[in-house]
Design a protein around this ligand. Structure first.
Ligand code: B12
Length: 218
């Protein structure tokens, strides 16, 4: 019988082989991809975060755990099929400059893709200039930024400033997220929206792009 705890523990142990095998078992048992993600993979990574905080885990182990989680994600990805191809609005997404955390950003990316958006994922350590040129080159409707460090949060503000300078700010919605980011912070730096997790992120962006009047920057 499949137990979510076994999958979480495999993430904590950084055991890629087990993560892959338990993820497959869970999906074959008929458990929804959403549950496998939330109760297995992400809850394992949450525990890793706690162990890191109390110094029972260190950077190399964190990296191995992240790799194992990503292997599970690769198996789940195809389960999030697109709801419709009608929604081809373009979203440029990335983790801001100086920041290499990509798991949360990739989950947001995945959900947006499953909602039918065209997602241009710039990866990690993305400079304000790169966000601007990608938004311009792709004629994108939204720029979504992720930051996981208090030290990199302000790069979001720099990116918004760069969008203003390039004349693009009125044309693109800006959405921000990541563990240290709050709605209050998002308002303060002039973002249009904030979301605390990947599900809310996809819903929020969908609403925002379908109701452009709600875009605060306009
Ligand atoms: C895994 C991890 C790493 C891995 C990252 C591997 C990878 N491929 O991503 C590695 C080992 C590389 C790493 C490095 C570091 N890390 Co680290 N890391 C973590 C850890 C344990 C988990 C992060 C994670 O993946 N969570 C799981 C995902 C699913 O959650 P999430 O990222 O929050 O994303 C969700 C939401 O935030 C939201 N979201 C995310 N992005 C976006 C974007 C948008 C647009 C929206 C709307 C929503 C949204 O939706 C997501 C899904 O629901 C956290 C601890 C924690 N509790 O967060 C520390 C943590 C973020 N790291 C921390 C630190 C300090 C570091 C280092 C500085 C350590 C060091 N001394 O070197 C370096 C920094 C490297 C750098 N320059 O970026 C601190 C940050 C402290 C702070 N407040 O600044 C944390 C909080 C740990 C701690 N408690 O101290 N880390």
């Amino acid at each position: 019988m499949f137990k979510f705890n076994d999958l979480s523990q495999a993430v904590i142990n950084g055991d890629t082989e087990q993560v892959v095998s338990f993820t497959r078992i869970a999906l074959n048992t008929g458990i929804s991809p959403q549950e496998v993600l939330d109760k297995g993979l992400i809850s394992g990574m949450d525990e890793v975060g706690k162990l890191f905080q109390i110094q029972e885990m260190f950077i190399p182990e964190l990296m191995i755990a992240a790799e194992a989680l990503n292997a599970g994600l690769e198996i789940i990805k195809p389960c999030f099929t697109e709801e419709s191809r009608s929604n081809r609005k373009k979203i440029v997404i990335g983790t801001v400059q100086g920041d290499v955390h990509d798991i949360g950003k990739s989950l947001v990316s995945l959900m947006l893709g499953s909602k039918g958006f065209q997602v241009i994922d710039l990866g990690i350590d993305v400079s304000p200039a790169d966000f601007v040129s990608a938004a311009k080159a792709n004629d994108s409707h939204c720029v979504a930024m992720s930051a996981m460090l208090t030290t990199t949060m302000m790069v979001m503000k720099k990116t918004i400033d760069a969008l203003v300078e390039s004349g693009l700010r009125d044309k693109v919605a800006v959405v921000v997220g990541g563990a240290p980011v709050t709605r209050e912070f998002a308002d303060r730096i002039g973002a249009d929206e904030y979301a605390p997790d990947y599900l809310t992120a996809a819903e929020t962006i969908q609403k925002l792009l379908n109701n452009p009047d709600d875009v605060k920057g306009e």
